[in-house]
Write a protein that binds this ligand. Structure first.
Ligand code: F0G
Length: 419
């Protein structure tokens, strides 16, 4: 079988001290407490060409040669393969004609988390796990709940009480997860979920689990696959990729994908990875602005973009490396800028994203105005989640429905008045 043949060898290592990790249930290095990462053996990929991937439909598993899980064990609901839009009108509005949006809201559960979860839950299946769990600001829990259902596993999700957007909460409940509303914020919920994992009461599928970012690498593979290749090389590499940063694993995953493509000899150039945080939850942006390799946790993060309402991002150090190494950038946007960008994207391109996702577009606008982004750059904003996840925020920021009598004349009156 083609898929089995291309499964890549790999090992889990400490990202800080390089120690090899044997215990599949360890989430931090037993020697130095460092974060873990997967080291892929890309020998087979080096013998392949981008065209070989196209035998498999676009989506996370097209990139199986770069993934650490045997596709034979995959738990999939056809994640990935999301559209990459060329956004002329948005580009004109923000002064970057080469603006693109990768719309991750069209994943099966409506966010990019499905990419990591197909890999994470497939690996959990390989390990024989029967109970899985995660802490979440909402999207991770929706994704895990769905994939756990598909895999027939029990699922517990730990959510910061009162701060999860309605659509995400509805999804986790709908898929039958045990939904635990934890007193505290995301960082508190994650601490509790990690205790449960450490006591081996569940298998943790937050992005501290190194298999999760492996699936999330696929968004970068797709972007450059969609931009096309020529003579066995990907040739159209964006100058910059902009992502919202919360727990900070996704920008790290995109960085890792870039490095692996380079190692495979499939690309020569790497996009400038640019992270955007909400002004009220900005430990990584503050560290970047101060030129620091590590961040200082914030005790009380607050933002309308609840998905990235995180003060102690687990992968913050990895995210900083991703931005420094690629000549990228990191800044903050205010809640008002986020809402404005959300509406702008909807009304120029017909794309409805949730507030955290709109942070990438708000960042594009801000950094162009500040001259950090050049007008001639080809930029891809990763819009991580669907706007319907958080209808309350949309309804709080748009005009209300207009009362109308059941007659043509009244409709005409209204259309004239509101033209
Ligand atoms: N955008 C959305 C829509 C998210 O849900 C998240 C994270 C991010 C961006 C940030 O990604 O954490 O990798 O930097 N959501 C997590 C969750 C925290 O629980 O759903 P990151």
């Amino acid at each position: 079988m083609y898929e089995v043949m291309i499964m890549a060898a790999h090992k889990v290592v400490c990202w800080e001290c390089g120690a090899e990790i044997e215990d599949a249930y360890v989430n931090l290095c037993p020697k130095c407490k460092g974060l873990l990462t997967v080291k892929m053996d890309l020998t087979k990929v080096q013998e392949m060409k981008p065209a070989d991937l196209r035998k498999t439909p676009i989506g996370v598993w097209r990139y199986a040669p770069f993934m650490p899980v045997d596709p034979e064990n995959k738990v999939s609901i056809q994640e990935g393969g999301t559209p990459l839009y060329e956004c002329k009108a948005l580009g004109e509005a923000v002064g970057v004609p080469g603006a693109h949006v990768k719309f991750e809201g069209l994943n099966p559960t409506g966010s990019f988390k499905d990419r990591g979860m197909t890999m994470g839950v497939s690996h959990a299946k390989e390990l024989g796990a029967t109970v899985v769990g995660c802490a979440s600001t909402g999207n991770t829990s929706a994704a895990l709940a769905a994939y756990a259902s598909k895999a027939g596993m029990q699922c517990a999700v730990f959510l910061p009480s009162g701060k999860v957007a309605m659509g995400k909460l509805a999804q986790a409940l709908f898929f039958g997860a045990k939904v635990l509303s934890v007193d505290g914020n995301f960082d508190d919920a994650l601490a509790l979920a990690r205790k449960m994992h450490d006591e081996k009461k569940l298998y943790l599928l937050n992005s501290i689990n190194p298999y999760r970012p492996e699936g999330q690498k696929s968004v970068l593979f797709e972007i450059i696959d969609q931009l096309n290749y020529h003579n066995d090389k990907f040739v159209d590499i964006p100058d910059r990729v902009i992502l919202p940063v919360g727990n900070a694993a996704n920008i790290w995953a995109v960085y890792k994908a870039c490095m692996e493509l380079k190692e495979a000899g499939w690309i020569d150039k790497v996009p400038k990875l640019t992270g955007i945080q909400a002004a009220g939850a900005s430990p990584v942006a503050n560290a970047f602005q101060g030129g620091s390799l590590d961040f200082i946790a914030e005790p009380n993060p607050e933002t309308v973009a609840t998905a990235i309402r995180i003060g102690n991002p687990i992968s913050g150090k990895k995210a900083l490396k991703a931005m420094y190494d690629t000549g990228g950038y990191c800044t903050t946007v205010t809640d008002a800028e986020i809402i404005e960008a959300q509406l702008l994207l909807g009304r120029t391109e017909g794309v409805c994203v949730e507030p955290a996702s709109a942070a990438s577009v708000a960042g594009l606008k801000k950094l162009r105005a500040e001259g950090i982004i050049d007008k001639d750059e080809k930029v891809v904003c990763i819009c991580t989640g669907n706007g319907l996840k958080d209808p309350d925020t949309i309804l709080a920021n748009v005009p209300q429905p207009i009362p109308c009598r059941n007659e043509v004349a009244d409709v005409e009156r209204i259309l004239k008045e509101t033209a």
